[in-house]
Design a protein around this ligand. Sequence first.
Ligand code: UD1
Ligand code: CA
Length: 456
Amino acid sequence: MTNVYAVILAAGQGTRMKSKLYKVLHPVCGKPMVEHVVDHIQTLDAERIVTIVGHGAEKVKDQLGEKSEYVLQAEQLGTAHAVQQVEPILGKLEGTTIVICGDTPLILPETMKALFEHHEANHAKATILTAIAEDPTGYGRILRSTENQVAQIVEQKDATTEQQQVTEINTGTYCFDNKALFATLKLVKNNNAQGEYYLPDVIEILQKQGEVVTAYVTENFAETLGVNDRFALSQAEATMRARINEQHMRNGVTIINPANTYISVDAQIGRDTVIQPGVIIEGASSIGEDCIIGPNSHIQNSRIGDRTTVHSSVVCDSVIGEDTAVGPFAHIRPNSDLGNHVKIGNFVEVKKTKIDDGSKVSHLTYLGDAEVGSKVNIGCGTITVNYDGKNKFKTVIEDNAFVGCNSNLVAPVTVGKGSYVAAGSTITKDIPADALAIARSRQENKENYVNKLDLK
Ligand code: UD1
Ligand code: CA
């Protein structure tokens, strides 16, 4: 068995992105592109995975954590110079090294494996993953000899008009004999249009030395897209989105219109759940079976149980149980925990609030920093007055309580078990169990008063 090593190039600034965020940290379907690359590489059983960092080194390391080792390329002098920085770690080892760019998030592990197998089968010193591009602009072009052997890779900026017609491109992914790689890197020069040390030059040098250099041509150009600017980022997003959606549909999820459904790569969805148009599911959200996620709902880092309906609503960093209904037009804000058979109706905002099984909050209500028991009914227009401008306070509403419409519950306050709050009350004191609290001015009817006003 050959020892396998992986090197990921991620030190560049990504000038063409025109962004404060370092290129390889730009997310594609919710995950930074370099992390997609590392996650794919991790399935290959590599002995060592080394990521070359430079611009935004600390941020890239924070993102990838222990998934990789790191080498710093303090100055970005080109892709060959980048790989050279790994010499102290890998230089002396026997084996095959896969080099891949941190800006090609779509290349699948299967393709990397096929490249590796092609390399091993040909006993090559270097094998390039290439693809045929409809529009090869921007990519290095593969120049082949009259015998169809790979001879050289020429970068866009160095290519003659004739060379620019070549449609076979370098995907930036390679397999190298590890020792040959580091020996050859020393010979790479920077006498080119960009004044950079190009990794692809290793190919020409090895070829001229009479070594076996091959190419593995993948049929799927879309997979090899290199993300250099925001337009390519949107193309990568579209390709990955289609992949993710297809996977969910094959697993038994109905997606009414995959073209406008946005599901993060880390999200999980159970069978027979229906995702209606315009839905965005972000982060490591999980949605159970038989759910309906209604139009334009936005779900972020949340867990939703089986048979729950979320209709045109926003759910963020929260947990929702089974058989619960949310929306339309509800906002479940962070750290909320809704139980089973709960009903949250239209124009209800819930923040950092726990609501137990069977409780109903059907209309126009704000619950913040609250703990609501089971089988509680919260009437229309109820407000937990949780904030005095400086501090937040808690409201406790115990099991089976009934809060009448348009009530203010001024926290800290407890509404006792089974108690009733009369509609229109402003509650400032705790209510004991089973009590009726009325906190509003009494109504007075002035008989015949209207006739005296001379308005008719
Ligand atoms: C590179 C290849 C090109 C190929 C294309 C595929 C070179 C010279 N060109 O071009 O043949 O068609 O990828 O997408 O290799 N990086 C470093 N250190 C550096 C320079 C770059 O780590 O000093 C990293 C970048 O962060 C990036 C990757 O290497 O992740 C590729 O660099 P980039 O500038 O995007 O190269 P391309 O012009 O796309
Ligand atoms: Ca690139």
